[in-house]
Design a protein around this ligand. Sequence first.
Ligand SMILES: [Zn+2]
Length: 300
Amino acid sequence: MICLMNDESMIVFYDERCADYASPGHPERPDRVTMTAKRLKKQSSLSLEWRLPAAAPEAAIRLAHSAVHLKNLRESNHDFDRDTPWYEDIERHALRAAGAALDAMESARKGRHAFSLMRPPGHHATRERAMGFCYLGSMAIAILNGMNSYGLRTAVLDFDVHHGNGTEDILHGNENVLFASIHQSPCYPGTGLQHRPPNCRNYPQKPFTPPLEYRKGLVQALEDIKAFKPDLLGVSAGFDAFADDPIAQELLEKEDFEWIGKQISDAGIPAFSVLEGGYSDALAELIEAYMCGLAGSLIP
Ligand SMILES: [Zn+2]
């Protein structure tokens, strides 16, 4: 794929230590990020600036999670659920992923689009609980810190194929942020069946929804976001609505992720993206296509 940046380079926050934990056979595996970093570093058409993120400070985390939850991550030595294993250093890994989301938010605030290419993902982690491969709600943490430090009016677009129940749990009721999620339903985690006033909007899609229908849901979510007039948009970028993803049943193709990137770029709101899910071997290609869409100018 060839694409041209129509403005300055995009920042990618990446720390190779995020590949240093794994569970045999688990779909949320290290090569999701290592293969993506390798592909993005090899290509020359996208202009990317690579930066090492800082770990999130505890005070930043505490805007979104309880002290008990943090203590559990640090001290527990048993799996949180069947999907969400305990690893010895998982607290540090989760703090680095949350730190990358914070850094991406800061970059967007200053006018640069940034992508956090880190694991673990975060959008299923609730205020009190690790679940669904997620330990800390990186997106919710970034958003709440943006609001707290700068008084920003914010929005979140979550296009991971699973409902962002954790982000919704943490942000629900806060009328200075609009949360919008498009996802497969029925599907894990079983939530997000309808809008949840005052500030959470859900666009559930049936399994095997044709991509053009799926795009309509996304357009609606983005229209709602634009009408909210946020200063800043956080995008929970999950690539598991891809047709060949092994753990969901939607039908999006690479071109659809490029299109999503273009819609976000065209919305004209300062934005940053945080990697959530995406478990197919094509993940690196899908992320590259999404970035090309964000960059705005495409050559087929
Ligand atoms: Zn997902």
